[in-house]
Design a protein around this ligand. Structure first.
Ligand SMILES: Cc1ncc(COP(=O)(O)O)c(C=O)c1O
Length: 479
């Protein structure tokens, strides 16, 4: 009853799959970034019943793969400026293939000792890359959201012993503090951990979109006086909206003064701590008790690859360690590293392979150079916008996100709602046409174009092309 094909046929299929991979790269510069099909077309294609007898894999590859590729946004394109999505890497494609082929589960050392050790090494390298501790603990997870959840879980258990057994107590609620610009996954984490969304204090930001540290501390003191139990300060090392980096040193001071855990969400930005141009922004990062970062963002590792870093391994063991007879093996010993004792997941894929191979092949210098180049390009874009009378910048651009809007004088004269309406149309129409893809946000209540670059394939031609495209489209849409 084996599912296997004979090896010559399997080889042929691998070759065909490779052709599909290569087809993505052929003519990449000219390809659409987005797909414009009406939703029904895609929905109809996939409404089929559960297949009972299956089809030849050659048929699936030939008939369905081109449609799937065509109906996937091409974030490997250097004209992709939406959200925070990297272009991935070719080495990552190889690693993913090998990972699936090997199909190891390294919950325990004796199941895949190479994978277990490679993940430990990857954690060390990631930590070193951003200038964090050489002896940091950590775990590779699905992405930034899960990394934040992990860190906050560890923080909760470290700061409020007994919560693991008793749950969160409603008579003296735990509270934590973060800027109003903090990513929504922190709120989701707080809800999942039973802390309650109202106990995440969202502190206002200053003109640079950085948390107002004085207001944060005032809220904290007020909460202590009211009998609440502050346990954690969350700093942003690159917010999703504007890329602003909080004053991490000042936040670390506040956390230290009040005996709180200091967590940093660096899912997007922490990688820029590796770069001379931006390193100074991250002073204080080393003082964090935990950091969320995302190799699948600026490090160009394919999805999914997030990383939760913690000051030391014992806090992970305290949060996730369990002893169960059905998971013991005769060969277990203190020298053999068991991941299951450090993470929520039991079965674990070998996602470390793609992180480890990324560093092995490209090296930290080249990966940092990609980040630096992205920052340079987006700083130059910000300057170009500042010199363009038809565009207006909406926020400082410390990293590789530029927030701006199309706002020539004649449009501004028609009022803010008219500016919003045209910029909404710009976003919609850009996506529909598919030459450049960027997404928007609201800043100070106004529609904002937000271009984010975390892509190693982009050059000045692409950032300048984006601005020229938006200018031409703006003129066209306004008649
Ligand atoms: C600052 C920040 N934190 C967390 C996340 C969530 O990461 P993920 O999408 O990998 O779950 C993002 C995503 O863009 C982010 O920018």
């Amino acid at each position: 009853m084996t599912l296997d094909l004979d090896l010559p046929r399997f080889r042929q299929l691998l070759e065909r799959a490779c052709e599909h991979v290569l087809s993505l790269y052929e003519g990449l510069e000219e390809k659409r970034v987005t797909h414009a099909s009406p939703p029904r077309l895609v929905e109809d294609r996939f409404t089929g019943p559960l297949p009972t007898d299956g089809r030849a894999p050659e048929d699936v590859l030939a008939r369905d793969l081109p449609f799937i590729l065509e109906h996937s946004t091409l974030n490997i394109s250097p004209r992709f400026f939406a959200y925070v999505m990297s272009g991935g890497s070719q080495v990552g494609i190889l690693a993913e293939l090998l990972c699936a082929a090997l199909n190891v589960n390294h919950a325990k050392w004796h199941l895949a000792s190479a994978a277990a050790e490679i993940e430990r090494t990857s954690i060390r390298w990631l930590s070193e890359f951003i200038g964090y501790r050489a002896d940091a603990g950590g775990a590779l997870v699905s992405g930034g959201s899960e990394a934040n959840l992990y860190c906050l879980r560890v923080a909760r258990d470290a700061q409020a012993p007994g919560t693991r057994e008793e749950g969160c107590r409603s008579e003296r609620p735990l509270t934590l503090y973060a800027s109003a610009e903090t990513h929504s996954c922190v709120m989701k984490s707080v809800e999942m951990l039973g802390i309650g969304s109202r106990h995440l204090r969202k502190i206002p930001v200053d003109a640079r979109f950085r948390v107002d540290v004085a207001k944060l501390e005032a809220q904290l003191v007020q909460d202590v006086e009211a009998g609440l139990r502050p346990f954690c300060v969350v700093g942003n090392a690159g917010t999703v909206n504007t890329g602003s980096v909080d004053d991490l040193d000042a936040l670390a001071d506040v956390a230290a003064r009040h005996g709180l855990w200091f967590h940093v969400d660096g899912a997007y930005g922490a990688a820029a701590a590796s770069v001379d141009l931006t390193r100074d922004l991250f002073q204080g990062l080393r003082r964090a008790d935990s950091i969320a970062l995302d190799p699948h963002k600026w490090l160009q590792v394919p999805f999914e690859a997030g990383c939760a870093l913690v000051r030391d391994w014992s806090s992970l063991r305290n949060a996730f360690g369990y002893a169960t007879p059905y998971l013991q093996a005769k060969s277990d010993s203190a020298e053999r590293w068991d991941w299951m004792g450090h993470t929520f997941q039991l079965s674990r894929s070998f996602r470390a392979l793609k992180v480890w191979m990324q560093f092995q092949v490209y090296g930290s210098r080249k990966l940092a150079a990609v980040i630096e180049e992205n920052v340079r390009l987006m700083h130059a874009l910000a300057r170009d916008i500042d010199q363009s009378p038809d565009f207006e910048r909406m926020a400082p651009a410390p990293l590789s996100i530029v927030c701006f809007r199309y706002a020539p004088a004649w449009l501004r004269a028609r009022g803010e709602d008219a500016v919003d309406a045209l910029n909404d149309r710009l976003l919609e129409e850009s996506e529909r046409r598919g030459t450049y893809f960027l997404t928007g946000t609201k800043l100070k209540g106004r529609t904002t174009l937000r271009a984010c670059l975390v892509n190693h394939r982009a050059t000045e031609a692409h950032t300048q092309g984006l601005l020229a495209h938006l200018r031409a489209l703006g003129e066209e849409l306004s008649g």
